[in-house]
Write a protein that binds this ligand. Structure first.
Ligand SMILES: [Mg+2]
Length: 205
């Protein structure tokens, strides 16, 4: 069985811009391509798991999402990095596009997308990670049985405050960004035990 770093897209690999529906607005977060490359070199797989309810809401089409993902993969490739897969959920229970309006099992925090990716890539979820910038990512990791890591890029700082103030699933590690998260994962992988103890980073905003 393989191990993997599952990774949220918006606010983790690419800048959070709110319903990215135009490939010209796609920007990689600094150091995220380097982080993906570190995972590529580590022998772990790296697979994006992303909620894209903008499709159900009628903001952009699946075809446009495909263009955006090809551009993201090109930008990563320009820096010698690649994803082993991209899985997205196009649904929303209150979507305006009927074909996508539903209660699904793949919109995070549900674990359906992650579970499907794990099956298709022969991944042992219990020794894998999900890196995201929202509570729903951490909750998804918890439900799937993977370790959740919160990054402070994207919505991460606000989300950390919410996680700390409620009885929610806790991240195994709070990372400054994807590169920090990946460095922690690789350290944990090679030591065979948790890397640094869980530390909470103060928010100054
Ligand atoms: Mg996100």
């Amino acid at each position: 069985m393989e191990r993997a770093v599952f990774v949220d897209r918006d606010g983790v690999i690419s800048e959070e811009v709110g319903y990215l529906g135009d490939r010209d607005h796609l920007r990689l977060i600094p150091n995220s391509a380097e982080a993906v490359k570190l995972v590529n070199q580590s022998g772990l797989k790296i697979i994006a798991i992303t909620n894209q309810s903008g499709i159900a809401r009628g903001y952009f089409s699946e075809e446009m999402l495909g263009h955006i993902h090809r551009k993201m993969e090109q930008l990563l490739s320009d820096q010698g990095a690649f994803l082993d897969g991209i899985y997205y959920c196009p649904h929303h229970p209150e979507g305006t596009v009927e074909a996508y309006r539903m209660e699904c099992d793949c919109r995070k925090p549900a674990a359906g997308l992650l579970t499907r990716a794990a099956q298709e890539h022969s991944i042992d979820v219990s020794s894998s990670y999900l890196v995201g910038d929202k509570r729903t990512d951490i909750e998804c990791a918890h439900r799937a049985g993977a370790q959740g890591i919160l990054v402070l890029t994207g919505y991460g700082k606000d989300e950390l405050r919410k996680i700390n103030s409620a009885a929610l699933a806790q991240p195994a590690y709070v990372a400054a960004d994807l590169r920090d998260a990946v460095q922690w994962i690789i350290k944990e992988k090679t030591s065979g035990k948790p890397g640094d103890p869980h530390h909470k980073i103060e928010c100054n905003r």
